[in-house]
Design a protein around this ligand. Structure first.
Ligand code: ZN
Length: 458
């Protein structure tokens, strides 16, 4: 790659140095310099040679861009460079003053066999105005000779925004939980590819700038790199492979090098709430799981043993996605009137059904139907290593049944730190209410945790 200089600086030999010192750039491509249209003239000469208004305006200016072997790729960066210069000249409105100056230089961030990422650094200096410094990154695909956008790096069939949102949420929750309020963490789930600014492609990483605490903000940007292997299933195959070449790895404020496990990092100092779902699994339970998964929230399901066998896959999914499964008896019997043997059977059979469905998950919580306990139940729970688990918020969803609005209002109106909310995933209205309440609770700063997690901190 060669460096092309469109306009050469007459009096300011170290402009690039000035620019680089004020930019965040870390690597300068080692390039050979080629002067395309040198306008280096002595002061006397300049007066005798007829310069075009454009050339006159650009006398003290300098514009450079990289020249690739791929001609069309060069054309992309050249067009950008000349457009910037033309826009600067246009702002001068035909006036000429040798103190006006425009400098566009660049640094090669990375050039591999497939892509090149270039950072342009721009300095605009107008008489009696403060100097404007700015930068702009361009990534070109050298094979198809087109500029690429961040969104275009990803397969069209994957929801890149959502998947990257999960990745960022899990990463920051686990690695930097103390730096984020729950509401800020939640906003990472709303990530959109358009929020990634100044992206570049390196040999092994994809990088971009982004403010993780305020995803929509253009201030407070942090450099984030994601190792290509972490997002290999999202990237188009041509961008997923390593791409060795020129350019050093960029430093990053946050480097995501391994795929974070969907995280349960909990900040004990922030409010938390446990959503619990009784009497399932039923035909709406998958929808509840979808909602919780979408927002990386945790729930607790007190299941009936007789329901588990018919929907073993749903119960297995609960365990796989990090939710808690509790015992709610076999057939929703009122336990106190039963003999100790019957009580034991209700509890044990349900424990076994859950273990079988999940491949080994063993509940530690038991919620007796109707919240009704007895000495026989207490003894049985103790023997089984189970703890009695009731609730402290009752939105009475069984009473509202199909009325999602009423359930939603009841949940939102009674939510509080340390709340254990009693819901039933067998009622469609409750399921709809949850679809609205989960994002709202999280944006209010609630961490939606399992009941055992809540018990640990509250
Ligand atoms: Zn129940």
């Amino acid at each position: 790659m060669k460096k092309v200089i469109l306009y050469h600086v007459r009096k300011h030999p170290s402009l690039a140095t000035v620019l680089l010192a004020t930019s965040t750039i870390l690597f300068m491509g080692i390039c050979s310099y080629v002067m395309l249209r040198p306008i280096m003239r002595g002061a006397e000469q300049a007066q005798t040679i007829a310069l075009s208004p454009h050339e006159l305006a650009m006398q003290n200016s300098s514009v450079a861009y990289p020249q690739f072997e791929a001609a069309k790729a060069t054309e992309i960066v050249k067009q950008y460079a000349t457009k910037q210069a033309d826009e600067f000249v246009a702002t001068l409105g035909g006036s000429y003053d040798p103190r006006n100056r425009f400098v566009l230089d660049y640094a090669l961030l990375h050039q591999g066999g497939r892509t090149a990422s270039i950072q342009f650094l721009e300095q605009q200096q107008r008489v009696d105005q403060p100097t404007i410094l700015s930068h702009h990154l361009i990534t070109v695909d050298l094979a198809v000779q087109k500029e690429v956008t961040f969104a275009s790096l990803f397969k069209p069939e994957v929801n890149a925004s959502e998947q990257l949102g999960f990745l960022l949420y899990d990463y920051f929750k686990q690695q930097h939980v103390a730096e984020f309020t729950p509401a800020q963490s939640f906003s990472l789930l709303q990530f959109k590819t358009e929020m990634a600014r100044d992206f570049w492609i390196g040999d092994q990483v994809v990088g971009f700038s982004f403010n993780p605490q305020q995803p929509n903000s253009g201030d407070g940007l942090k450099k984030i790199t994601i190792h290509k292997s972490v997002i290999a299933d999202l990237l188009k195959s041509e961008y997923a492979a390593n791409d060795p070449g020129k350019g050093m790895d960029q430093s990053a404020d946050y480097a995501i090098s391994t795929r974070p496990r969907p995280g349960d990092a909990i900040d004990p100092g922030q409010k938390m709430l446990a959503l619990t779902f009784d009497d399932g699994p039923g035909r709406h339970t998958s929808r509840v799981l979808d909602t919780l998964d979408k927002y990386r929230a945790r729930g607790t399901f007190f299941v009936l043993g007789q329901q588990v066998t018919g929907r073993a896959d749903v119960v297995k999914r609960m365990a796989n996605e990090g939710h808690e499964i509790g015992n709610h008896s076999w057939d929703h019997a009122l336990l106190p009137p039963l003999s100790p043997e019957r009580v034991q059977q209700e509890v044990l059979d349900t424990q076994n059904a859950i273990r079988t469905a999940t491949g080994g998950y063993t509940p530690v919580l038991m919620r007796p139907p109707y919240g009704a306990s007895s000495p026989a139940l207490a003894a049985c729970l103790h023997a089984q290593g189970l703890t009695l688990a009731l609730w402290n918020v009752d939105p009475e969803d069984w009473l509202h049944k199909g009325d999602a609005n009423a359930v939603y209002s009841a949940v939102m109106g009674s939510a509080h730190d340390g709340g254990i909310v009693l819901l039933h995933d067998i009622h469609e209205g409750s399921v709809e209410a949850i679809e609205r309440a989960v994002p709202e609770l999280m944006s209010q700063g609630y961490q939606l945790v399992t009941m055992s997690q809540l018990e640990r901190y509250r």
